[in-house]
Design a protein around this ligand. Structure first.
Ligand SMILES: *Cc1c(COP(=O)(O)O)cnc(C)c1O
Length: 466
């Protein structure tokens, strides 16, 4: 029996993998989770020792993919996906202390961990759409990192166009150039005269315009897509297997925004990896770490920080954890979420709250603490960590007991993506890796539009053929 996926709000039909891939969000507004967790025994984990990253990733993902891809097809796809990474290990591990390691997830084409999932997603979309003889137009908004990772994953694919909206003048030079210097004709960038929120609202409005949505065959690759979580489970397994699982226990530390990355760690635990703790690092946008200490999820305003990819108030993937902690009760989740929308706050009853606290621990770093962490870690390890990674590594070190478990902190971006923050912390600017060294001399191509739905839709109609 192939694995099916159910919605966290309990009212959308259960779907198989490829429908979940293309749907993203469930029709009842919920997120898809697997109906049951594929499990790896201790022997299964031991048998993964010595596999290449691509082989291991294919083995971890096969049960989720079901019949949508044959085993050999998935293996081939993983081999192609992870061959574009710049390091022989794909996700190399670096020791920084006794039983303390960092896993570098920034050797992909856009230098951030999102490449692990999006590089695979682009290929999965292309595979399923080609098989079905369909074509889609992927639309998204970005404040920086996600847009370039999505574009890099979709460039040149025959079955899709990709349109990314970014706020004009409000993304860094490196981030804009990573998006706008891609030459393939299926890539379209639009600079919106407005803020990131305006861009997001425009995307939402396009999806709510049923006629436009259908005629342009709009689709999304946003962070709630199950396939992104699935691809991220693989590196937790890879770290564990390389460092002695199933014979040793693990703590993972993760700089967290939308809760997608750390939820993949939770999934790895459900599948048999011995994880005793997941450490959530946050910046001044600390809704999650406050929730873990107070038990109240309370929305605030987004504060711009040195770690912009975590400048988020509502962590959308947290709903998946809620669903599991509340005994897979979709209507209870729905009630909680509609209360949250109305009042900007919710509280969990003691039992699910206890279950979450047993697994998760949070630490908060505002910008001053982030700079201090970058500096302190540079002294301690000789490595320069980007602001996101520094928060994860520092949070991990605060929460870890080296006698009890092995700590793996996830480094989610290359420091060269955030040169200003690094310079402010340690007085030097990290250089771009070779693959991006000529970024500033490449030719840019993008359209500009006012913050106006009609104008943006007209632009998209003109450049995309459905
Ligand atoms: C997206 C991102 C994060 C946050 O990851 P989530 O899955 O949203 O929690 C952290 N660091 C970097 C560099 C990112 O790009």
């Amino acid at each position: 029996m192939a694995l099916r996926y159910i919605s966290t709000r309990g009212r959308a039909p259960a779907l198989k993998f490829e429908d979940v891939l293309l749907a993203g969000l469930a029709r009842d507004g919920g997120l898809y989770v697997p109906e049951s967790w594929p499990a790896f025994t201790k022997a299964d984990l031991k048998a993964m020792r010595g596999l290449s990253y691509a082989e291991l990733a294919a083995r971890v993902m096969q049960p989720f993919v079901g019949r949508s891809l044959k085993q050999a097809e998935l293996l081939q796809m993983c081999a192609e996906t992870y061959a574009v990474f710049d390091h022989a290990a794909v996700a190399p591990l670096r020791q920084i202390g006794r039983n303390q390691w960092v896993m570098e997830l920034f050797h992909g084409p856009t230098l951030a961990f999102k490449d692990f999932a999006l590089q695979l997603l682009g290929r999965l979309f292309d595979h399923v759409l080609t098989k079905r003889g369909e074509r889609v137009c992927i639309v998204g908004a970005t404040s920086g990192d996600t847009g370039s990772a999505a574009i890099e994953a979709c460039r040149g694919r025959a079955s899709l166009d990709i349109v990314i909206l970014h706020p004009k003048g409000r993304v860094s030079d490196v981030q804009r150039r990573q998006m706008t210097t891609v030459a393939e004709p299926n890539v379209h960038n639009i600079a919106i005269e407005g803020s990131f929120d305006d861009c997001q609202d425009l995307v939402k409005a396009m999806f709510n315009d049923q006629a436009f949505r259908d005629s342009m065959k709009l689709s999304a690759v946003n962070s709630i897509n199950w396939a992104r979580i699935m691809a991220q489970i693989a590196y937790y397994m890879a770290a564990g297997v390389a460092l002695g699982a199933p014979d040793r226990g693990f703590t993972f530390a993760v700089p967290t925004g939308n809760f997608g990355n750390v939820f993949a760690g939770y999934a790895a635990r459900k599948m048999g990896l011995p994880i005793d703790k997941l450490v959530v690092g946050s910046n001044a946008n600390d809704i999650l770490t406050r929730f873990l200490s107070t038990g109240a999820m309370t929305m605030g305003d987004v504060i711009p920080t040195l770690s912009p990819s975590m400048d988020i108030q509502v962590s959308s993937n947290f709903e998946r954890l809620l669903f599991l902690a509340m005994g897979r009760n979709g209507s209870a989740v729905e009630k909680l979420m509609s209360g949250f929308r109305a009042d900007g706050e919710y509280r969990l009853s003691p039992k699910p709250m206890k279950a979450i606290r047993e697994m998760f621990e949070g630490r908060r770093f505002d910008d001053a603490a982030t700079k201090a962490a970058i500096k302190g870690l540079y002294k301690l390890t000789g490595e320069i960590f980007d602001p996101h990674s520094a928060i994860g590594v520092a949070a991990g070190l605060e929460c870890h007991d080296y006698k009890r478990s092995v700590l793996v902190s996830l480094a989610t971006a290359h420091p060269a993506k955030f040169p200003d923050a690094i310079e402010a912390a340690i007085g030097q600017r990290p250089a771009l890796p070779k693959r991006l060294a000529d970024l500033h001399s490449r030719k840019e191509r993008y359209e500009t539009a006012p913050n106006d739905l009609g104008a943006v839709q007209e632009l998209i109609r003109a450049c995309v053929t459905p």
